[in-house]
Design a protein around this ligand. Structure first.
Ligand code: GLP
Length: 238
């Protein structure tokens, strides 16, 4: 990766705000092409930043279609879904609703069919103008766990033991995720990582071999990928 695409900040709040500003700029320029959102703790300060700006500038996302990166399959309560989290913590707090939200239904009776439907919905909407990503401690992006290849598409995936443990999921939990090929098809990629726990994964992504063992490494030659990191997450970059 070119060093100019790696933005390193003194603290996680600054990294989140800068990534949020980059997302806003892309949303403003992309018309109705979808902007892909991620979930996870890393995104909380970034979404707080989007909310702050949206509340100051009415109708900021009135023309924006958002889309979902990944989802847990078959959680007992739909209230625990990523789609619900994005709707309640972000969209419902906007002063003006976004133009649309392409969501994944983790309760769908046919999860494999739901994955294919989601992929088609994004393509029909013009393809991703941008995909926002976090990173797992094992180098996963979305739920593309180690072993995911660069031609992988939106699909059902078995979650890695470390993901299950870190997120407090039940053993055997599965997810639906955009594949590496779907993420690479986005015109822009913005990846945000903060905290020392992500340092090894970011080091492997940037400096390690390009390998399915670190799925994030399969993104690094994307023509328009930017990393927004705090000092701790950047500490293993050579
Ligand atoms: C989760 C999600 C990813 C997220 C990542 C990091 O399992 N599937 O989309 O980016 O892991 O999460 P966090 O920011 O909570 O560390």
């Amino acid at each position: 990766m070119h060093a100019t695409n790696i933005h390193i900040f003194d603290d996680s709040g600054q990294a989140a705000a800068a990534a949020g500003d980059a997302l806003i700029a892309c949303a403003q320029a992309s018309g109705a092409r979808p902007i892909g959102l991620a979930t996870g703790q890393t995104m909380t300060p970034l979404y707080d930043h989007l909310l702050k700006i949206e509340n100051q500038e009415n109708s900021l996302f009135a023309s924006t279609v958002f889309s979902q990166l990944d989802e847990i399959i078959g959680r007992p309560s739909p209230v625990a879904s990523f789609a619900h989290e994005l709707t309640t913590s972000l969209f419902s707090n906007f002063r003006t609703a976004p133009a649309g939200f392409l969501m994944i239904d983790g309760q769908a009776g046919d999860p494999a069919g739901e994955a294919v439907r989601h992929c088609h919905a994004i393509r029909k909407a013009g393809g991703l103008a941008m995909q926002l990503l976090g990173i797992g401690v094992n180098g996963h992006v979305g739920f593309n766990e180690p072993g995911s290849t660069d031609d992988s598409r939106c699909r059902i995936i078995d979650l890695a033991a470390s993901t299950i443990q870190r997120n407090g999921y039940d053993v055997g939990m599965q997810g639906i995720t955009l594949g590496i090929a779907d993420i690479r098809a986005a015109e822009q990629i913005i990846l945000v990582a903060t905290g020392a726990a992500k340092a090894a994964a970011i080091g492997a992504m940037v400096n390690g071999p390009k390998t399915p063992d670190c799925p994030a490494s399969l993104l690094r030659d994307h023509p328009d990928i930017r990393l927004f990191l705090d000092n701790e997450a950047a500490s293993h970059i050579c």
